[in-house]
Design a binder for this molecule. Structure first.
Ligand code: NAD
Length: 498
């Protein structure tokens, strides 16, 4: 059995406690791997390595930082397939989808390569006679990232390239369900010339997370995961005096107006609802069909759903892979089983689906629920599986009221040919990321990613300018070089500019 250990101070460090967690291959259901679960002492060792590395990395020139990041970008590019294979083996998503995740992570490394432009600072000369003011941003020190299972490469890449480009050192605690990709990302960073201790990976569970949240030498915490844990992370990190950004769960609505191209909308609904088996925080999990769009749209989605090819992620013929664990698969199925009793129409029931030769894999088929009441569990909860709910609304106003009454506000989309309606939607909808005829509006690397309401706790979105801001703190320097003859004299009044 393969063992995934820690990466501390530029080398593999074996778990010292003998505590391991299981890592499954979701396509076979077999436990091929175990992951070391860090103790408090092991987390402390990683933070100590990061603290030591910060002494030189915090002041290393932008030019040297950038050279390493460019090299890292090239190495990641050359290892796309290998990283995608690691993702598929432990997460289950199909290879093409895993490659997409690596590509979106690479965008953030490219952003980090241009960090010199972002850290230029501001200078005002002669703000008062003989006085200049400059504003600069400096790194925080040791920062930590805690990441979810569903994007084992992309979400860590949302964080550490920006953090280290800004001059911080980093301790990553990846999901214990699929830890191998993170380790590989760290090894490649070392190969690119990143000094030992700048990027560390500790594997583990709540014990490791809690130690990072409490550790006095950790200045800031980035978290991505479910809403209850995001809330917990934010309050505990704040209690310990840390800067925190905690991105949570989602229930993303796609509003379809009657004037939309319904074939285009149906294709997009299928891709965004069932891609990665629905295990995306930006998955479309609710379609709100307005007016007479509903009947035809549901029929078109159901026709397409019946043709989807479900199988192991390493089979090029598969379009959708299994779910992450058996327990999660069974939980997802329970929402479909309970839907009819709560007033929904089950148009497609994907539960009980098996793949020949992979009977022990964590597979489930896709499900489509129509006329789902907003009181039903399938509407209210984040299912995080291939279950698409359709809700009917008479008017645009009714639809937007429904969307805005959701506790989440991650991503949302409108499908229409009416520019005026799309403009209204952009301004009125309560969500952090909006798509117009784009179902998964994940911002490119040079914009920032983040939701509203229960989808994000903290003031900063992640990567882009917000990421740079999060991983740096401001300093303002006011300077005066007096002429030899210049006299100030005694004046106890509050200084005025003149
Ligand atoms: P999760 O919240 O269970 O776990 C996330 C991380 O927190 C993991 O590293 C895990 O080890 C740790 N953790 C779990 N329980 C903990 C506890 N009690 N105390 C301390 N740490 C704990 O999330 P997941 O199941 O791995 O990922 C899926 C969730 O992440 C979904 O809700 C999804 O919407 C969300 N997500 C959100 C975004 C976003 O950008 N908003 C992106 C990806 C995933």
């Amino acid at each position: 059995m393969k063992t995934v250990n820690h990466w501390i101070g530029g080398k593999t460090v074996e778990g010292a406690t003998g505590a391991y967690g299981p890592v499954y291959n979701p396509a076979t259901g077999a436990q091929d791997t175990q992951v070391a679960l860090a103790s408090v002492d092991e987390v402390d060792a990683a933070v100590a390595a990061a603290k030591e590395a910060y002494r030189s990395w915090g002041t290393i020139s932008l030019s040297r930082r950038t050279a390493i990041l460019y090299k890292y970008r090239e190495l990641l590019d050359a290892h796309r397939d290998e990283i995608a294979e690691l993702i598929t083996a432990e997460h289950g998503k199909v290879h093409s989808d895993a490659l997409g995740e690596v590509a979106r992570g690479l965008e953030i490394v490219e952003l980090a390569c241009g960090i010199a432009e972002k850290l230029k600072g501001e200078l005002s000369t002669q703000v008062s006679t003989g006085v200049d003011v400059s504003s600069i941003r400096q790194p925080l020190g040791v920062v930590a990232g805690i990441t979810p299972f569903n994007f084992p490469a992309m979400v860590p890449l949302w964080m550490f390239p920006v953090a280290i480009a800004c001059g911080n050192t980093f301790v990553l605690k990846p999901s214990e369900k699929d830890p191998s990709a993170s380790l590989r990302l760290a090894e490649l960073a070392s190969e690119a010339g990143l000094p030992d201790g700048v990027l560390n990976v500790v594997n583990g569970d709540k014990v490791a997370v809690d130690r990072l949240l409490e550790h006095p030498d950790v200045a800031a915490v980035s978290f991505v995961g479910s809403t209850p844990i995001a809330q917990y992370i934010q309050s505990k990190a704040v209690e310990h005096g840390k800067r925190v950004q905690a991105l949570g769960g989602a229930k993303n609505h796609m509003l379809v107006l009657p004037d939309a191209d319904l074939d285009f909308a149906a294709d997009n609904a299928i891709n965004a609802a069932y891609g990665s088996a629905g295990e995306r925080c930006m998955a479309v999990s609710v379609v709100v069909a307005v007016g007479d769009a509903g009947d035809e749209l549901v029929k078109k989605i159901a026709d397409r759903a019946a043709r989807l090819r479900i199988g192991p992620g390493n089979d090029p013929a598969s379009e959708m892979g299994p779910l992450i664990t058996k327990e999660h698969r069974d939980k997802v199925a329970s929402y479909v089983h309970g839907a009819a009793a709560q007033g929904a129409e089950v148009v497609v029931d994907g539960t009980g689906y098996t793949v020949e030769g992979h009977e022990n894999g964590f597979f489930i088929g896709v499900s489509l629920l129509d006329r789902v009441p907003p009181t039903a569990d399938a509407y209210r909860d984040e299912i995080f599986g291939p279950v698409l709910c359709v809700v009917r609304a008479e008017t645009y106003d009714e639809a937007i009221e429904l969307i805005n009454s959701s506790r989440w506000g991650n991503g949302t989309a409108i499908f229409t040919r009416d520019g005026g309606a799309a403009r209204r939607f952009q301004l009125e909808v309560e969500a952090g990321m909006v798509g117009v005829n784009v179902p998964i509006p994940v911002p490119v690397g040079y914009h920032s990613f983040g939701g509203w309401k229960d989808s994000l706790f903290g003031d900063h979105h992640i990567y882009g300018n917000d990421g740079v801001h999060f991983y740096t703190r401001g300093k303002v320097v006011t300077t005066r070089w007096p002429e030899p003859s210049e006299e100030v004299g005694i004046n106890l009044g509050f200084p005025k500019n003149h």
